[in-house]
Design a protein around this ligand. Structure first.
Ligand code: SF4
Length: 350
C-alpha cells in the first residue's frame, strides 16, 4: 500500500505499539519522539514531505480530538485513522501507514499564478472570486503567490445527486418537455438545449467570458439552464443536504449560494444570452426519518426561486485586479481564525 513509512524511520518503528481494532479506546499506542523526517517516496509532485510524530498521554476514542496534538480520531470502519497535519494515518496491524494528502496537495504551486502586466488573460474561476470576497489574503496567497489552501475532501454524495439530477433533466431536454418538478412548482419552462451544455457543466471549463478591462478569463461550471416561452434563460443550481425541516435560503452562510447564482447569470449574459434575473435552486434533502437504511437514501426535492442581482461582479473584478497588481499581501478576512491560529503556533513553537 502506498504511503508505508520508509525504512529511514525503521529505528523509530521499534517504539510503535499499535492497539488494533477500530472502535477501541486508543491509548498510549504511540511512543515516538517528536521528530521531522524527510520521506521523498511519498509524493510525486512535491519531493519532500515532512512528518511530525507525537506522543499521546491521554486515552482517545474515535471521533475525539486530542487537545495535546490536535489529532482527530476520524474513523470507525476498517482501519482506525487519525488526521495529523493534513496527513491520513492508518493504524495497521503491525505498522503505521501514512496515506498522505500530499499527493493531492502541492503547497508551493509553480503555475496558474498571476503576473502583473502579463499579456495573456488570467483565468479566474467563480470559486476563486468567492475566495477573494471571503478573504483577500487567502486569495492573494493562492493566485499571486502560489500557496493555496489544502483541498477539502470531495462531497461524493452531493456529486452523486448532481449526476443523477443532470441525467433526469437531460431526458426532458431531449424530449423538449417540462420536468414534473417544474410543473409542480409552477415554472413555465423546459430544460434549455444547446450544443455547449455539457461544456458549460464541466469543472475547469464551464461558461467562460473574457473581461477585457481586467484581462481576466472568468469561468463557472453551471448545473443546468432552463428556458421559458419568451426565450429567456434561467440559471439552475442543484444542491443536496440532509436536514430536519424545510430547505430554504435563509441561512447567512447561503450568501455564497446566491453569489454563485448571480455570477453564473452574469457569465451567461456576457455570452450574449437573454437571462432572467430569476434563477432556481433544485434542493434535494436526504430523508432520515425512515424505518431503516435498506441500502437507499430518499430525498425530498424542492425548487426554490431566487431573484439575483449581479451588480457586485464588475466592481469586485476591479478590486481583484488592484489586489493582484499590488506587491503587498492584503489583510486577512474577518471570519477565519486560521491565520490567528498559525500566528499563535509561530509564537509558541521555538
Ligand atoms: S484568515 Fe483564513 S482565509 Fe484568510 S488567509 Fe488566513 S487562513 Fe486564509
Amino acid at each position: 500500500m502506498q504511503g508505508r513509512v520508509p525504512t529511514s524511520v525503521g529505528e523509530n518503528r521499534k517504539s510503535l505499539r499499535v492497539i488494533d481494532g477500530p472502535d477501541r479506546l486508543l491509548s498510549n499506542f504511540l511512543r515516538i519522539s517528536d521528530e521531522k523526517i524527510e520521506t521523498p517516496s511519498l509524493s510525486r509532485s512535491n519531493p519532500s514531505t515532512s512528518f511530525r510524530m507525537l506522543n499521546f498521554s491521554t486515552p482517545l476514542c474515535v471521533g475525539e480530538i486530542c487537545t495535546e496534538s490536535g489529532l482527530l480520531i476520524a474513523s470507525k470502519r476498517g482501519h482506525p485513522r487519525v488526521v495529523l497535519d493534513g496527513l491520513f494515518w492508518f493504524l495497521g496491524e503491525s505498522s503505521l501507514y501514512c496515506f498522505g494528502m500530499s499527493q493531492y496537495y502541492n503547497p508551493r504551486r509553480g503555475k496558474n499564478m498571476y503576473e502583473p502586466g502579463a499579456d495573456s488573460p488570467f483565468k479566474l474561476s467563480r470559486s476563486k472570486v468567492d475566495l477573494f470576497i471571503e478573504c483577500p489574503k487567502c486569495f492573494y496567497l493562492d493566485r499571486r503567490l502560489g500557496v493555496g489552501r489544502p483541498p477539502g475532501y470531495p462531497f461524493s454524495l452531493n456529486s452523486a445527486v448532481d449526476t443523477l439530477l443532470k441525467k433526469e433533466f437531460d431526458i426532458h431536454r431531449v424530449d423538449k418537455t417540462a420536468h414534473p418538478l417544474m410543473s409542480e412548482y409552477g415554472v413555465d419552462a423546459i430544460p434549455f438545449e444547446h450544443p455547449d451544455i455539457d461544456k458549460w457543466r464541466e469543472n475547469f471549463v464551464g461558461v467562460q467570458y473574457l473581461h477585457e478591462p481586467t484581462n481576466f478569463l472568468l469561468t463557472g461550471a453551471i448545473d443546468d439552464v432552463w428556458v421559458n416561452p419568451k426565450g429567456e434563460l434561467m440559471v439552475v443550481d442543484y444542491k443536496a443536504t440532509s436536514k430536519n425541516g424545510e430547505v430554504n435560503l435563509d441561512a447567512d452562510w447561503q450568501i455564497g449560494y446566491k453569489r454563485q447564482m448571480e455570477f453564473y447569470q452574469w457569465l451567461m449574459r456576457n455570452n450574449g444570452f437573454e437571462v432572467s434575473s430569476v434563477g432556481y435552486f433544485v434542493y434535494a434533502n436526504g430523508v432520515t426519518d425512515t424505518e431503516a437504511f435498506d441500502g437507499k437514501l430518499e430525498f425530498e426535492v424542492k425548487v426554490i426561486p431566487y431573484e439575483g442581482d449581479s451588480s457586485w461582479v464588475e466592481p469586485t473584478l476591479e478590486k481583484i485586479k488592484t489586489c493582484l497588481d499590488s506587491d503587498k499581501t492584503p489583510e486577512a478576512g474577518p471570519d477565519c481564525d486560521y491565520c490567528l491560529y498559525r500566528d499563535a503556533v509561530k509564537e509558541v513553537v521555538k
